[in-house]
Design a protein around this ligand. Structure first.
Ligand SMILES: NC(=O)N[C@H](N)C(=O)O
Ligand SMILES: [Zn+2]
Ligand SMILES: [Zn+2]
Length: 418
């Protein structure tokens, strides 16, 4: 057998390239703890330009689309207009780690550079991608990169949402050189398969001593913004029975949410990660409160049922307290099964490379979730130390990162060269 699956040592240079890219990417961050690289900020922009240049240097033909997704193309000799795409996202959460997203981006580029160097042009066209945005960290929407490739965004979103300092997404785009934004033209119908390599962001692989996770499905997600309107008033002169306290209402809702989620049990999870209180002063009853809701389950019907019940209960709590309630949907991502034959191929590559693997469901959302309804999609996971992610403490040792890259190279070889 002469494919790369049997000779992981051949990939040593690719692993070095991937690790170097990760190191270099870590320098593109806003000041502060960990890595903060939010959509359309100067550090984001510099990181995408850097990747585009590096793709060119490594022999890929690089281009960016109208929202700032960056692609590096390795044309196939049997050009049939179809593309095998690999990569992940470049944006981070605030004070995130070095690996979430960046690992898949760096690995995709290093894998294609390795395949070109070792085997020449592929039979089928390969592309590496650095998606513009996945996390929803700056603007209240997510998957801004892969969502456009999947044809999920129609246009009005850019004018409708703003970041925490009131900058409209549309203006942030213009300032970053994406003024001619036309969402319809960004949808791709030429992608045959999408492969994403990512850190697990959980503790299963580490606990079970497994090198590689093969994702069988990605859990569905709903995100909402909950806005409560009460009445701001004097903390000393307003009797308890006459208050319309937005924060007390939010507290009751969140305690109820946790109770319902515990009762529903695994794999349902519900989180309110952001709370905004106005005027946020110790001697004023909070008149306006908003908080985020993030609810996930791998079964669409269960997810839908839970969200509907929570919305009804919040309505009752708000009415009893005389509070105005708005529940604004921010994300609706359905559970996404990964492509079964691709999962089997990854398993076979792991077997050939002698790497222990296991199948698993991803509780975290990924770009692969958006692409799965449009093409064959698969994900490869490597362990996260202590299961920590979305934190500066996020870590995976270099040899475990290199193992994931080996599997990615093995799979891409099979898909594009055989
Ligand atoms: N993999 C991730 O961290 N993805 C998402 N942003 C999420 O699950 O919230
Ligand atoms: Zn993330
Ligand atoms: Zn990620």
């Amino acid at each position: 057998m002469s494919g790369p699956g049997t000779e992981a040592s051949r990939h040593a240079r690719a692993a070095e390239e991937m690790l170097e890219l990760l190191e270099e990417l870590a320098a593109f961050s806003a000041p502060g703890e960990g890595i903060t690289r939010l959509l359309y900020t100067p550090e984001w922009s510099r990181a995408q330009s850097f990747l585009k240049e590096r793709m060119e240097t490594l022999g890929l033909s690089a281009y960016a689309d109208g929202v700032g997704n960056v692609f590096g193309r390795l044309p196939g000799t049997e050009e049939d207009g179809r593309v095998i795409l690999t990569g992940s996202h470049i944006d981070t959460v605030v004070s995130g780690g070095r690996y979430d997203g960046a690992y898949g981006v760096a690995s995709g580029i290093a894998a294609l550079a390795h395949l070109r160097r070792t085997y020449g042009p592929p039979r089928r066209t390969l592309e590496a991608v650095s998606f513009a945005e996945e996390e929803g960290s700056r603007f209240p929407l997510t998957f801004w990169g892969s969502g456009h490739v999947a044809g999920r965004y129609a246009g009005p979103e850019a004018a409708a949402v703003s970041d925490a300092s009131g900058i409209a997404l549309k203006h942030a785009m213009e300032d970053c050189g994406f003024g001619g934004y036309s969402p319809g033209s960004l949808k791709r119908s030429d992608i045959a398969a999408y492969i994403e390599l990512h850190i697990e962001q959980g503790i299963t692989l580490e606990r079970t001593g497994t090198e590689i996770g093969i994702v069988t499905a990605i859990a569905g997600q709903r995100r909402y913004e909950v806005r409560l309107t009460g009445s701001a008033n004097h903390a000393g002169t307003t009797p308890m029975g006459l208050r319309r306290d937005g924060l007390a209402g939010a507290a009751e809702m969140l305690a109820h949410l946790e109770h319902c989620a515990l009762e529903a049990g695994d794999p349902l999870v519900a989180t309110a990660g952001r709370l905004d209180v106005k005027p946020n002063t110790s001697n004023v009853i909070p008149g306006e409160v908003s908080f985020s809701l993030d609810i996930r389950h791998s079964d669409e019907a269960e997810l839908e049922r839970f969200c509907a019940a929570v919305a009804a209960d919040f309505g009752q709590i708000a009415a009893r307290r005389g509070l105005g309630l708005e529940l604004i949907p921010r994300l609706r991502a359905q559970p996404a099964p990964m492509d079964a034959p691709l999962c089997a191929s990854i398993e076979a590559v792991c077997g050939r490379q002698g790497r222990p693997s296991r199948r698993m469901v991803s509780g975290a959302g990924h770009d692969a979730q958006l692409l799965a309804p449009r093409c064959r999609a698969a994900m490869i996971f490597v362990p996260s130390r202590d299961g920590i992610s979305h934190s500066p403490l996020e870590h995976t040792p270099p040899e475990e990162l290199a193992a994931g890259l080996d599997v990615l190279i093995g799979l891409l070889y099979e898909l594009a060269y055989c």
